[in-house]
Design a protein around this ligand. Sequence first.
Ligand code: SF4
Length: 607
Amino acid sequence: MYGYGGNILRVNLTDGTMAKEPTAPDVVRDYLGGRGLGAYLLYTEVPRGADPLGPENKLFISTGPLSGTMFPGAGKMDFTTKSPLTGGYASASMGGMLTAELKYAGYDAIIIEGASEKPVYLYVEDGRVELRDASAYWGKGSFTVERQLKEELGEEFQIATIGPAGENLVRYACINHDFGRQAGRGGVGTVMGAKKLKAIAVHGTGEVPIAEPAEFTRICGEMIRACKEAEAHEAWVKYGTMMVTEWCNENGALPTRNFQAGAFEQGPNIYAHVQREKLVVTDKGCFACPSPCGKYSYSKKHDIHVEGPEYETNGMIGSNCGLGDIEDIAKANYLCDELGLDTISAGGCIAWAMECYEKGLLTREQTDGLDLRWGNAEAIFALIERIARREGWLGDLLAEGVRRAARVMGQGSDAFAIEVKGMEQSAYDTHNATSMLLAYMTCDVGAHHNRAWAITYDIAVGRDKVTPEKAAKVIELQHIRPLMDCLGCCRLQWVELGVSLDYYAPALWALTGVERSWDDLLHISERVWNLTRMYWVREVEGFGREWDAPPPRFVSEPATAGPTQGQFTPPEVAQQMLDYYYEQRGWDRNGIPTPETLERLGLAWVK
Ligand code: SF4
């Protein structure tokens, strides 16, 4: 099996058993790896109706065929599980070094099942696999534990760990790795916490078998050159994802004060060049990346080191909470990382609480004295700590995510809970951006941007246009971008540097020896997309069109400032976009894949 480690490691935390199983050739033929392999395993292995926090749920940690090779950006892996936040499919991609180490240890994936009674960590060194006592690490922060485990085991070990938020079952706890990389969304860290698995430490000394080494090396070399010679390369490496802040602010897409507007009057204080001047110590990249976008920063004001902030954190904890000081955002970023919170969901929950406070729905007594006015950095820091530790009424409430919190709060607060399927929306305002709104409505995990970043397309063709072509663009992106997660590589070389997609299929052929066209690969990605839809249908009673509803704010309230001021998307327009989308996907009017579609994709329901 060229391109693969050839084995899957199954670890049962309930009884402590471990097994090395061969990777099934027909499964990686049909699902490739990474996100695809995770989706297949989730659908076929986790019983219907499993409690996301119970021992019957599983966590699938999967690499792709390109992971750990010299292919540019081959440092990605995927964490898949049943989400404690949404009750449906969760898949979070993570960059860094762990994926390569896992492949070198001979594994394509780890399946974590059951639940331990006491805190443990998983130790993997090639064929040696152990569950070790993690009592001494329980309660500690992610950076702290990563440093201590490296000191205990050796710098060559790559570590993934949860912080106190995962231990305390905050529903959007993340998994941290490499001092600043995260598998962020959907509560993958919560599932580790529920299983009392504090960390995973991996070191491998093997290599990835390559079918046609000379050809693979040639293609990778060409692509590395294309990355480095790309016009956008210099700016991308200098500023990374933070470049987007200025563009969003100018285009009415920067979430501001809980998405009340798409432009922030203090925006220029949090632009990329301000971060570069005030904070950045050095650039930092994932494994095999010729265009490192990570920014390792130091805040003198707060005396903290942190990787970031990245754009999503800047948007969600910065402008979306009315916070206009880049050093304060860096500190909030640090706290979320150390405590193990997804910064997007945390920012969404805090901004919602601030709006409740602004509207008088939340009293000073309920906040335990916190003055939650927009932009109050100290209150934001305190609230992050309280959420991670579920301290106080408000900390405990926000730890549940914004959908559940709004149900408890009542008083019409669900009208400004900015989420889809229970997941807080990431950092693009969609008052008037019909493709991007559709992308959020139909994203397979909830309101996440990374499956289809369609907002530039909205601006290019007319943001309020309602056409079948816009739905087609969303579908096209939903096949290309997640395909990279199946392959185990980063999409940003294509998205940000404009490197040709023509490299991917030939590289995969040279690596695996299996010839597949680009269209064959997109067909696999479409299969995975439909499988995850089937998972939602199976797991959520009454799942259908209503679950693709947009956040009410974007279809009822005009934006209050910026280029989109006074604009919103009429509700019938959102529904029309959904009709176009379902039709082109081969789903019925309720958003369920038709039997013909499933047959075309070689899929069958598993009850
Ligand atoms: Fe990692 Fe950024 Fe490089 Fe992608 S572009 S592999 S996220 S460093």
